[in-house]
Design a protein around this ligand. Structure first.
Ligand SMILES: [Zn+2]
Length: 273
């Protein structure tokens, strides 16, 4: 599923093609993708507006519009936003097409139909409960320590909880924990201040590195031009199954379920709690 680095890449690569453009038309091939308002109202309110900005919050894309409303998009497990020339053929997984006045079309492709769009006046109803952004200045080791204090939940579950910290999912939580030498089942409150500092820095490192590699294409993630990201080639443990060895100590990588999510780790480098 697209996580912070993938959504950030999509934002960066869409931005020059869409900002300042007017929405000339909207086609919905699957109305269920619109969560708010009704599909009909969504189209009529969006058409004619100009896209004046695009931002990311957690795994959400937020397009600001001339009316003051915002178009919010979540790609969930398998969504991508593809830039296409006017009248490009939509493949069978494209659920919505937004046509812009420069002839560009944005195709929302989503094989598993889990993605969502909203058109709202205030995006707080959607992103208001998200935790801090891990790459912003306000996210300090002290803040991470405060948020972890007394937490009994496994650190892996906390890192992928969007209300605890925004934008991290399964892949980058596994990578950050491996780099910090912290077992995924350690309780949040059990980390020493040294471990918290290390984890703070590995979180930022794995996210920046993945952004510079334009995201990880392990499932259905595509960049807006249809090409793949290469961040998964840097993965040390995430998605490395089938007898793959730890790149540091050569121990076979293991996979356990943490709150029903597969978690990859090295049993030597990340000692048991
Ligand atoms: Zn190891």
């Amino acid at each position: 599923m697209p996580e912070l680095p993938e959504v950030e890449t999509i934002k960066n690569e869409l931005l020059p093609h869409i900002v300042g453009r007017r929405v000339n038309g909207v086609t919905l091939f699957w109305e269920g993708i619109v969560h708010q308002p009704s599909a009909r109202e969504f189209c009529s309110r969006l058409i004619g507006q100009r896209l004046i900005g695009l931002a990311r919050r957690g795994k959400y894309l937020i397009f600001s519009l001339t009316s003051g409303e915002v178009l919010v998009i979540h790609l969930k497990m398998t969504g991508s936003l593809l830039l296409k020339p006017a009248l490009a053929e939509a493949d069978k997984f494209v659920r919505a097409v937004i046509c812009l006045d420069n002839g560009t079309e944005i195709h929302f492709r989503d094989p598993r139909k889990l993605g969502a769009v909203w058109l709202v006046e205030d995006n707080n109803s959607i992103v208001g409960r998200l935790g801090p952004e891990p790459l912003e200045a306000g996210f300090t080791p002290q803040l991470l320590a405060q948020r972890l204090a007394n937490r009994t939940a496994p650190i892996k579950a906390l890192l992928s909880d969007q209300t605890f910290i925004a934008g991290i999912g399964n892949m980058y939580a596994d990578e950050a924990l491996f780099a910090a030498g912290v077992h995924p089942l350690r309780s949040g409150g059990s980390l020493s201040s040294e471990e918290v500092e290390r984890l703070h820095s590995t979180i930022q490192q794995v996210l920046w590195s993945a952004i510079s590699n334009k995201g990880a294409s392990v499932e259905n993630y595509f960049r807006p031009d249809g090409t793949l990201g290469t961040a998964h080639f840097q993965f040390q443990v995430a998605h490395r199954l089938g007898g793959k060895l730890c790149p540091v100590c050569d121990t076979p990588i293991e996979r356990i379920a943490v709150r029903h999510r597969g978690s990859y780790f090295c049993p030597e480098c990340q000692p048991q709690p």
